[in-house]
Every structure is written in structure tokens, then in C-alpha cells.
Design a binder for this molecule. Structure first.
Ligand SMILES: [Fe+2]
Ligand SMILES: [Fe+2]
Length: 288
């Protein structure tokens, strides 16, 4: 009886089925990366990018934004690819691709249209800046994991919405974190589900681990530093009031992570000010 009740009250099977049915992540980046690595002629890179018109438009818009333009605005896609440089090019493609999955509202987490998306891009930029600051060679990994860290919310959203009263009761009664309550009521939390989605999308284990442990970097076995960077980035972006959502301040606090990464208050303030400006700039062309 107890077992039947538990099975009935946890919609885990359905959640996993819905996650399985998500469309694949566009493979533009997988196609572009090897070309960049072997320094392929720009025409080859252009051929891959122009195939997807939405992404081509974002690449052009970014290369025309004053923030990125050193000399004069790019006049063609080819010029845009050359002027952006490898990392900015890959990052804008990733950001544009991920918008298809996380731009919409996730009302279960109290986030309106575009709010999860802004939180994701902010966390990606912050993770990249932190990685740069600590001299990590994994800036792109940090950016990607930051961008997709809450992707599990897009699937859990509907169930969190439906079971929100029970989740909140559990948090209050048992003094649990939001994450623990998700696991208890739904059978899985949004970080673990995000890891499963990223695995299915064929992201490398370091990205998967950064997503799957963004609230618990100490549990990451793959590369704890990426998870720690995403953890710190997520906390800082939430503290800036960007897409914190219903669970933003109800998740586990691991303040020692900031210390481990060598992030003191002054450094964090500087990073937050920089990321605020970068995010405003990025939003302009990504929504263009
Ligand atoms: Fe999260
Ligand atoms: Fe987050």
C-alpha cells in the first residue's frame, strides 16, 4: 500500500519520458568546432552557419554590436565570423540554440517569458568570467554548463507547478532545501534531470557534470572545478536579481566554494558590475 502510494505520488516515469522526447540540441556547434580546430577556411565555417538562418542572423547582429566591433561593423556573415573570433562565435551559436529550449516562461518556478533565458545567459557569461579570472583552461565548458545549468527546470516546470503546495509544505515542515523537496515529491531534482538532458544532447562529461552538480559541486566527480564555477556564477546572478525564481534562495548554500575559487567580496562586486553590462549588451543582439 505504502509502495503504491509512493509510486503514484511521484511522477518520475512521466518526467523522464517527457525529457526523452525533447528535440535534439541543434548540431551547428558540433559542426563548427572541428572546423575551428583545424583552422578551416572561413568559407567552410560560413557554409555551416548560413544553413541556419536564425543563428546566422544572431552572429551578424553580434558582430555589428558596438561592444564587439573593433574597427567597423561586419558587412557580411563572412566578415562577422572573422571579426568575432572563435570563442565569441561558438558562444553566440550556443546561446542562440539554447534559446529555443529555455526562452519560454517556466511559471512553476515563477519565471516569466525570457526570465530563465536571461538567468541562463547571465550565468554563462559570469561562469566564463570566473573561469578566466582563476586561469582555467575550461572557459567554454564553464560557459556551456552555465548556459544550460537550469535546463532541467524546463521539463520539471509543469510538475513543480502542479505539486508546488506539497513542495513548499515539505520545505517548511522538514526544513529541506528546494532541491531536496523536488527529489522527494517528484522523484528527481532539476540539476540531475539537467544532467540527463545534456547527456542525451551529447555534451561532454565535464559540461554534464557542471549542470548535474551546480547546487552541489562537492559531489561532482568529473571535474569539480566546472561545477564550482557554475555554482558561484548561479549564486551571483541570482543575487543580482536575475531570474532567481521561486527556488533561488531555497537551495543549498556552499559559501566555502567562493573561498576555494579565491573570490572575495571586492572581486565579486567587480564581476557583477561587468556581467551586468555584458548581459545588457548581449540581450540587445540576442533578442534582435
Ligand atoms: Fe538550479
Ligand atoms: Fe540557476
Amino acid at each position: 500500500m505504502e509502495h503504491a502510494q509512493t509510486a503514484q505520488s511521484k511522477p518520475l516515469d512521466e518526467i523522464l519520458r517527457v525529457a526523452e522526447q525533447l528535440p535534439p540540441f541543434p548540431d551547428v556547434v558540433q559542426k563548427v568546432m572541428p572546423l575551428l580546430e583545424r583552422m578551416a577556411p572561413v568559407e567552410e565555417i560560413e557554409a555551416v552557419i548560413q544553413y541556419d538562418q536564425v543563428i546566422a542572423a544572431k552572429v551578424l547582429a553580434l558582430a555589428r554590436s558596438p561592444h564587439y566591433t573593433r574597427t567597423q561593423p561586419a558587412r557580411s556573415l563572412k566578415e562577422a565570423i572573422v571579426s568575432l573570433g572563435q570563442r565569441a562565435l561558438v558562444e553566440v551559436i550556443l546561446a542562440a540554440c539554447s534559446a529555443r529550449f529555455q526562452y519560454h516562461a517556466v511559471q512553476g518556478y515563477d519565471l516569466r517569458d525570457g526570465e530563465l533565458w536571461e538567468h541562463a545567459v547571465g550565468t554563462a557569461i559570469m561562469a566564463d568570467r570566473i573561469a578566466e579570472r582563476i586561469g582555467s583552461a575550461e572557459r567554454l565548458t564553464a560557459y556551456t554548463a552555465g548556459l544550460l545549468h537550469d535546463i532541467g527546470k524546463t521539463v520539471l516546470n509543469h510538475y513543480v507547478d502542479h505539486y508546488l503546495d506539497r513542495i513548499i509544505q515539505t520545505i517548511k515542515k522538514r526544513k529541506e532545501t528546494f532541491l531536496e523537496a523536488e527529489r522527494e515529491i517528484l522523484g528527481i531534482d532539476h540539476q540531475e534531470l539537467g544532467g540527463l538532458i545534456a547527456t542525451r544532447w551529447n555534451f561532454p562529461p565535464s559540461v554534464v557534470s557542471g549542470i548535474a552538480h551546480h547546487h552541489s559541486p562537492q559531489e561532482s566527480t568529473e571535474n569539480g572545478q566546472v561545477a564550482a564555477v557554475v555554482y558561484a556564477a548561479n549564486r551571483m546572478v541570482a543575487a543580482m536579481g536575475i531570474g532567481a525564481g521561486v527556488d533561488g534562495f531555497l537551495n543549498p548554500n556552499q559559501d566555502h566554494v567562493f573561498e576555494t575559487l579565491g573570490l572575495d567580496v571586492r572581486t565579486m562586486e567587480k564581476l557583477m558590475a561587468d556581467v551586468f553590462i555584458a548581459l545588457e549588451e548581449t540581450k540587445k543582439f540576442l533578442s534582435a
